[in-house]
Write a protein that binds this ligand. Sequence first.
Ligand code: SF4
Length: 496
Amino acid sequence: MKDGALASKSLLAMHARSAPREACGVIGIYLPNSDPSRPDAAMAAYHGLFALQHRGQESAGIAAGDGRTLRNFTHMGLVSQAFRKEDLDALRGHIAIGHTRYSTTGSSKLANAQPIVSKGPDVELALGHNGNIINAAELRDRLKAEWDITCTASTDSEPIAHLLSHAPGRTWGERSAYLMRMLKGAYSLVVATKDTLIAIRDPLGVRPMCLGRLYGGWAIASESAALDHMGAQFVREVEAGETIVIDRNGLTSIPSPVKTSRTAHCVFEHIYFARPDSILDGQLTYVSRQAMGRLLAQEHPAEADIVIPVPDSANTAAVGYAQALGIPYGYGLMKNRYVGRTFIEPDQRFRDLGVRNKFNTMPEVLSGKRVVVVDDSIVRGTTTPHIVALLRRAGAVEVHMRICAPPILHPCHFGVDMPTKGEFIANGRTIEQIREKIGADSLGYLSVAGLRQAVNLEVDSSRGFCEACFTGLYPMEVQLQLDKLHLEQPAAPAAE
Ligand code: SF4
């Protein structure tokens, strides 16, 4: 391969991973079996998955139970591409779970798509997982040693499914407690058997999960916006460590069998991952993001003629920033929402093709203006200099970059795909050095204290957040150099 092509390929790859990626979205549905007028649970799950497409675009799947049989269907691609009508028609029954995947452990291939089906001595189940467990390799060894089970996929989710289907205990509460004592890390799980729906959230509550009512039955979703899209009514968030079991006897809530001093909900859900119309920690994400913008304006004001967002994730925060300083809000950057992954390598002449594919500027709005541009975060910082350059080329006389998150310095081990420590732009650089590298006239990050205030942490001191990617203070011990493909490497031969 020529050097130019290699450089261009890496540029695209860098753009493709310039923002942190979420792990997955999950849905669970239990509908009353007696009502012939309601749709099948799989159809409701399908609509719920559409609303969670932003959490993962690699594969999608639905498993359904009708009281007698459990059926499962998975496919690569977007929800709209993964299912044909006949696939959904075949998923009959009043119980369904759905999953949309972005890989944080294991590569993107059908064998790693979810739900994952596992058959134990007494039960067959399908499982969907959002999050990342950090002791998957250890659990795979245990499955082999205790039950002679060899995991065939390379995800951290497969051992969870096998452990639950083989867990000792007569009730789901007992099996879930066994599982939770084994797992280390982040997991929001939906599980379907032929006649029961189960939802489990890890004791730290790292990944979100909520409960709603639907057609007189129940719905579980990663985000409340998915409940809205399905026509379900939001009831509450699933508690950290809670197991919910729904069957013909109704809903049973089982509290955490594992005691923790505080929760560690992922604060990045508030900044970037969750939709602005989802409720997280009792507050609409839209409200949290506006507050981030407002507090960012207090911490790092700028004299400017216009405030614009890097669309779409910073739209709401930019409104907060503009309102706080009384500066007009506008759109100077437009996002091409339909840009997907491209496999065509660009020519060396198109140095910033990745950004050009994604964003266009409006010189009529920007020309001659001092511009504040608000973004949700800077990870590697590969896209940001191109955005600054695009704005200058469109006539901006000053570009002031404002970021709704503190500098990212540490990788995530709990379900968010981030580069290694050395690749973060903030690693080993002062704010002034980062400003210089991205080419902005000024740069300001929201502080950790400002972020806490924006997500309303003071209101309820029993809630805690994971802020590890900013502070390095992980809510549990982690192995710092774990690669997302570590489960694909062949196991070392056993010592003789
Ligand atoms: S390390 Fe960052 S992205 Fe990962 S769970 Fe914690 S706050 Fe969220």
